[in-house]
Design a protein around this ligand. Structure first.
Ligand code: SAH
Length: 190
């Protein structure tokens, strides 16, 4: 297949937005794979701020980052991403160039811990305030689990009404795939 699949496309978008030395956000660290990807992307002078409400996610990611020798460029918070503007130092305001959300629940973990519409939207709004122009927020929207469709619909409604003078909003989705595959909404701050 020549078309970019969903998760590779998420990385392509982040690679476009983020350069060495930048600050970025992993809003749902989960198993830490995106945190590791971002830590490599920002280089030794950059910084990754990672968020997850689950202790296991934070400790697993801490270990993954440590074993890759990248701890000095990653800050993890066991905090909801809806608190990101109080967690991220003020002097990063206007400097964040990329953010990713992998929504839903963490496979192999507690399926009752899911991302929720209001907190996800609050985090997106806070990010839009603190990001640099041309910074990109990538939402990977999973909706096959209980509660997933509600979050999907709320996010689509929120993103549809974002003023085009404030942000470019892209939907990237395979329309004819079965079993509720994830899709992307990307928001580029103007
Ligand atoms: N569905 C994806 C993985 C999503 S992981 C896949 O299949 O690959 C989602 C992560 O978000 C979980 O680790 C969960 O603990 C975390 N999470 C839930 N609510 C959150 C919040 N308010 N802030 C930050 N992380 C949250």
């Amino acid at each position: 297949m020549k078309l970019d699949r969903i998760l590779p496309f998420a990385k392509i978008l982040l690679e476009k937005a983020v350069k060495s030395g930048d600050a970025v956000v992993d809003a749902t660290i989960g198993n830490g794979h995106d945190t590791l990807f971002l830590a490599n992307l920002v280089g030794e002078d950059g910084r990754v701020y990672g968020f997850d409400v689950q202790h296991e996610a934070v400790t697993a990611t801490e270990e993954l980052i440590r074993s890759n020798g990248l701890s000095n460029r990653v800050t993890l918070f066991q905090q909801g991403h809806e608190n990101l503007s109080t967690c991220i130092p003020q002097d990063e305001n206007g400097k964040i160039t990329g953010a990713i959300f992998n929504l839903g629940y963490l496979p192999g973990s507690d399926k009752s811990v899911i991302t929720k519409p209001n907190t996800t939207i609050s985090a997106v709004e806070q990010l839009l305030n603190v990001m640099a122009p041309e910074g990109i927020i990538v939402l990977v929207i999973y909706y096959g689990h209980p509660g997933g469709e509600i979050e999907r619909d709320s996010l689509l409604e929120y993103c549809n009404q974002l003023d085009q003078n404030l942000a470019h909003v892209l939907e990237y989705k395979f329309m004819n795939q079965k079993n509720n595959p994830p899709f992307i909404v990307a928001i580029e701050k103007r």
